[in-house]
Write a protein that binds this ligand. Structure first.
Ligand SMILES: Cc1cc2nc3c(=O)[nH]c(=O)nc-3n(C[C@H](O)[C@H](O)[C@H](O)COP(=O)(O)O)c2cc1C
Length: 356
């Protein structure tokens, strides 16, 4: 697609050959990551609900990265179709991201096992009992999010095969700590023992090179892939990304201290106010005893899924949620996934080469 106002002319050809010293060094630094994922570049396309479906996921894998399907609130039947359709579009490896609080998590794990998905990413909190064992029994490698060093160690003991550390610069649901601090706290302590991928706020290859030098084996990017040609996001959603700068991607605010809500980073719009009203409504039902805390939190999650769908699929970028990371300021045009990945790789290689 190509929406009005999107800048789609190709970027300048990169002068550097892919056989230079920088590229060789980059390959070496990514080696554990590419071995683990089974792809050419250790760049994961972070799962994004409604966006990371068959087209974008297969395009990322076909370009040498590693695409990840966002299961989000999909039923096992929908996930079954999505995996089959993705496989029809690529013969390269890709993964599936499951949210731990999904009520049908074990059926979703079975769906992944049926398709022999090689990598399952568990997001949304500590996995419930049995989930890790069942994923590993299927032969899949398990990737978990580690929001703190203690949890990274716990996940390693529980059987995680790799970790993603995602800082609060990221789009979507976020933790409280920045990527740079998480990287300093976690990488020196665990990176020798388990492959770690760094996510959140990465918009250029120079940052990739820096995290690799700190011990990461690869990176995960979401925001940079939203405006890929192959992304099915609505033209309005893409235009909002192209126009936005880093400071427009703000975290949601928790209205009621009794209702802990995981913040979401999105472009500021009318929807942010609607979310405050939604929180007040759910908190009141909690007060009245009409719902339990778990139900209250689930209602908030369903609210987000609906709001994101309105923006990504229907193009309503005012009353829908335009989830975006701070790296949105570095998204300046719509272009093919292969060009985005090549540019990131060339920038990383040039940065490494300049170190001498
Ligand atoms: C629109 C959007 C939707 C997202 N949905 C999910 C999701 O469903 N599950 C998940 O684990 N992460 C989700 N994320 C986070 C991404 O997988 C990824 O970790 C993040 O975008 C990386 O940070 P960046 O946006 O700074 O590149 C989402 C991010 C965005 C921008």
């Amino acid at each position: 697609m190509s929406g009005e106002g999107l800048i789609a002319e190709p970027r300048a050809v990169h002068p550097q050959s892919s056989h230079g010293i920088g590229h060789a060094r980059l390959k070496e630094l990514m080696h554990r990551g590419t071995e683990f994922l089974g792809c050419t570049h250790a760049i994961l396309g972070g799962a994004m609900s409604w966006v990371s479906e068959r087209n974008l996921v297969s395009a990322i894998s076909n370009a040498g990265g590693f695409g990840v399907i966002a299961c989000g609130a999909m039923t096992p039947e929908l996930l079954d179709t999505e995996i089959a359709e993705t496989r029809a579009r690529t013969d390269r490896p890709f993964g599936v991201n499951l949210i731990t609080m999904h009520p049908q998590l074990s059926d979703l794990i079975d769906t992944c096992a049926k398709h022999q998905v090689g990598h399952v990413v568990l997001a949304g909190g500590l996995p419930p009992g049995g989930a890790i064992e069942r994923i590993k029994a299927s032969g899949a490698k398990l990737v978990c999010f580690a929001p703190a060093l203690a949890l990274a160690k716990k996940l390693m003991r529980s059987g995680a095969d790799a970790l993603v550390i995602e800082g609060m610069e990221a789009g979507g649901h976020i933790g409280p700590v920045s990527t740079s601090v998480l990287a300093q706290e976690i990488l020196p302590n665990v990176a020798r023992d388990i492959p770690v991928f760094v996510a959140g706020g990465i918009g250029r290859g120079e940052a990739i090179a820096a995290y690799l030098e700190m011990g990461a084996v690869g990176v995960q990017l979401g925001t940079r892939f939203v405006c890929a040609h192959e992304s099915i996001a609505h033209p309005n959603f893409k235009k909002a990304f192209i126009r936005a700068s880093a400071r427009d991607a703000i975290p949601s605010v928790q209205i009621d201290p009794r209702l802990p809500v995981i913040p979401v980073r999105a472009l500021k719009n009318r929807e942010m106010e609607n979310f405050a009203a939604k929180q007040r409504e759910v908190a009141q039902r909690l007060d009245e005893g009409a719902i339990e805390m778990a139900e209250a939190q689930l209602q908030i999650e369903h609210y987000w899924a609906g709001a994101l769908r309105r923006a990504v699929i229907d193009g309503d970028v005012e009353s829908g949620s335009v989830m975006a990371g701070q790296s949105v300021g570095m998204v300046t045009r719509e272009e093919p996934v292969a060009a985005i990945i090549q540019e990131l790789i060339d920038e990383a290689a040039t940065a490494l080469e300049s170190r001498g």
